[in-house]
Design a protein around this ligand. Structure first.
Ligand code: ATP
Length: 698
């Protein structure tokens, strides 16, 4: 079942689920949420700031590190280290998050946290009064009403009012506390989500190419939700729960003696030990369920993004099969989560109910002996039940806390992914003078075992139009990627106006380079927005002017919504040629000194292509820009000042069109082959005339 994030949010009744992170991007592509997962994690009521769980309720989230099955001694030693590391990682997260609770220089947040704690203590103190009032009411009712002519009101009126007022007061304090604290958690979620998002955007192309969008966004989604829970539980659960248990134990012991104290203490110990050990054992099932859930999300997102391919090949059944397989794994893991939860719940209930029965017996015995009143029996019952609430909190908070830490660890690990391409310390901005580009002995491969560029030497003179041609896969686009520093060279260096691009700041380098890539990346927004992306400061008039220069204004104007036309996901709602011209418009708006056109006009008809290229040529000439055209169709670049022919990662030949034709090498072969295929005799003559007399060039 596919649910959008909002719908999923609605399915989650607890505070930490209500506190949705403000990260539309992060959630935007999260499509899957299997019903099993939602039910398991959210169908229950884990104790949160807003919802105290009923004694029997349990969330189904597993937190602790997976308990390992019996292992040989060597592996056990390894496991100890891993657990230690895990604890260290957990503490690091808790420490980091505590800064959000008590931030320096943010007195507003500190005030809110302080007020929340004050409200919490008040609510707890009021809560503990309730059983006392109850006892007094019961004891004062133990009279002969008819003989005394009393009514319930005259006998226990004040107590009843106090009982009601205390209950109402405790609830009001609790709800106000939640409202006051909400913005603390939300602010932390926003800050962390933005930091992760910023880091993701800065990560190298290699990370983005290998990422699995569905799984990634799922992990981020879960991690940011964990933040809210962690913060809430740090303030409202862990310490206050210990406080409440101590209070109730103290009252029982003080009022009713050592036997009650012994039962209470033993119950605490047994309950805690059982919960922690069982939770540790269950964690591996939760981890398996998470992994399967990520996988299902990845599969679904991948096939939904590529739905065209699915349709072209009628592979809907195959995709559903893949999705179902991922869900099957999720189902298996979730069943284990559910059954182990049933075991945990039963064990906890057994321990608790045994204690309750023993205490009730002792209290009843006390009443029979005349040592205790009926009110005392009621009070013991109430107090023990009251104890069940924090006890239950302790178990489920522990479980959910472990889960939150697990999810947040994944999130924080994303932030730790190293940037392979980064600024050197104190990198200076690129100083452009003329715009000469130089590749000196450059060797590069995406993988070490497959070099793409081999000892490449080439110089692109300033202010000239250069073309790079060569067989498919020979490394033409790779040259551009290296220049843009998507990757760093393995050997040699790349210079712009004599400066090694690794020594200058990435921002200044990328600002100086404009690219029209092979596939135009468009946002699912309007045409106007997509053009404006080249220069976010551009006015509407500048956008229209750029579109005019890219020969796309008339086309856009003919659309019913004009510049407000939505382009659809990845620009699927406009044609390939329109997309390419939008990319050129963007570049015109950016107006960088170095320009790259990677098959920038391949989707255009010959007529539009020629018109656009002549316009680009005039801009290049007028502004004396250095430009590089990567092209397969040689007729689009024959007029370049220099043509570089690449073969197997090295320069095979270079020169002007005429020089290369005269040389009768690879270029000449390619030219002849293409001209025979594509150009009519007349057109060929025109082209050759133009080459002989470049003055004719528009
Ligand atoms: N991210 C990557 N990881 C691994 N290999 C890659 C990656 N990108 C490209 N390659 C490989 O590097 C080689 C050169 O790719 P490149 O895109 O530079 O070729 P090209 O000459 O521009 O090809 P075309 O003319 O078909 O666009 C190709 O064999 C390609 O498969």
């Amino acid at each position: 079942m596919l649910l959008p994030p909002l719908a999923r949010a609605v399915c989650r009744p607890t505070l930490h689920h209500r506190l949705r992170p403000q990260h539309a991007y992060l959630s935007a592509r999260v499509f899957t949420s299997s019903p099993l997962h939602r039910k398991d994690v959210h169908g229950q009521r884990p104790p949160t700031a807003q919802s105290a769980p009923s004694p029997g309720s349990k969330d189904a989230v597993q937190q602790t590190k997976a308990a390992q099955p019996a292992k040989p001694p060597t592996l056990l030693a390894e496991q100890t280290v891993t657990n230690k590391e895990q604890r260290k990682a957990d503490w690091a997260i808790i420490k980091e998050m505590s800064h959000y609770l008590w931030p320096k220089d943010n007195y507003g947040t500190r005030f809110r946290v302080g007020l929340s704690v004050a409200l919490l203590v008040s609510a707890k103190v009021l809560n503990v009064q309730v059983p006392f009032y109850f006892k007094n009411i019961v004891d004062s009712m133990n009279i002969d009403f008819a003989a005394l002519g009393g009514t319930a009101w005259t006998v226990a009126g004040t107590m009843i009012v106090a009982y009601g007022a205390t209950r109402i007061g405790a609830t009001v304090f609790q709800e106000v506390r939640n409202a006051v604290f909400a913005s603390v958690a939300q602010k932390a979620i926003r800050a962390v989500a933005c930091r992760v998002y910023e880091h993701l955007l800065r990560l190298d192309q290699s990370f983005h190419l290998s990422r699995q969008t569905g799984g990634l966004t799922r992990a981020i989604d879960r991690g940011t939700k964990g933040i809210s829970f962690l913060l809430t539980s740090m303030v409202f659960h862990v310490l206050p729960t210990i406080l409440e248990i101590s209070l109730v134990c103290g009252i029982l012991t003080y009022n009713y003696g050592a036997k009650f104290a012994l039962i209470t203490g033993t119950t605490m110990l047994a309950y805690t030990a059982f919960t922690i050990s069982t939770t540790a054992w269950r964690t591996k099932f939760r981890k398996q369920a998470n992994a399967a859930d990520n996988k299902a999300a990845t599969v679904a997102v991948d096939s939904l993004i590529n739905y065209e391919a699915v349709k072209y090949f009628n592979n809907e059944k195959f995709e559903v099969g893949r999705y179902d397989k991922a869900l099957q794994n999720y189902e298996k893991a979730s069943i284990k989560v559910a059954t182990s939860l049933a075991f945990l719940n039963s064990g906890q209930n057994l321990i608790f109910s045994s204690a309750l029965t023993a205490m009730m017996y002792l209290a009843a015995d006390g009443v029979a002996n005349g040592n205790l009143t009926v009110g005392d029996l009621v009070m013991v019952n109430q107090l023990v039940f009251q104890l069940s609430v924090p006890l239950n909190f302790l178990g489920s908070v522990y479980r959910e806390l472990r889960q939150s830490l697990l999810d947040m660890e994944t999130l924080f690990n994303l932030q730790k992914v190293e940037l392979k391409v980064r600024d050197k310390p104190n990198a200076k901005p690129l100083l452009l003078s003329s715009g000469e580009l130089k590749f000196e002995n450059v060797t590069f491969g995406y993988r070490p075992d497959r070099p793409i560029l081999k000892n490449l030497n080439l110089t692109i003179p300033a202010g000239k139009k250069i073309a790079i041609v060569g067989p498919s896969g020979c490394g033409k686009s790779t040259i551009l990627r290296l220049l843009f520093r998507y990757y760093d060279v393995q050997e040699g260096r790349i210079l712009i106006d004599g400066q090694d691009i690794r020594d200058v700041s990435l921002e200044s380098l990328r600002k100086a380079i404009g690219v029209v890539p092979q596939d135009t990346p468009l946002f699912n927004d309007t045409i106007g927005h997509n053009i404006k992306y080249g220069n976010l400061e551009a006015t509407d008039d500048q956008i229209i002017e750029a579109a005019r220069r890219a020969h796309v204004h008339d086309t856009i104007s003919s659309f019913p919504d004009g510049y407000n036309t939505m382009v659809g996901e990845r620009g699927m709602m406009i044609s390939g040629g329109e997309k390419q011209r939008l990319a050129v418009s963007r570049l015109i708006l950016k107006d960088p000194p170095l320009l790259f056109f990677d098959e920038a006009t391949s989707a255009l008809d010959t007529h539009t292509e020629q018109a656009l290229l002549s316009h680009i040529n005039s801009i290049l000439k007028e502004k004396k820009r250095t430009s590089v055209f990567v092209a397969h169709r040689l007729r689009t670049i024959y007029d370049s000042d220099m043509i570089i022919v690449l073969r197997a990662g090295s320069v095979a030949e270079s020169g002007t069109h005429q020089q290369l034709i005269d040389r009768a090498g690879l270029y000449s072969e390619l030219w002849s082959a293409q001209e025979t295929l594509f150009a009519g005799a007349d057109e060929k003559e025109v082209v050759e005339d133009e080459i002989k007399d470049p003055g004719q060039r528009k």
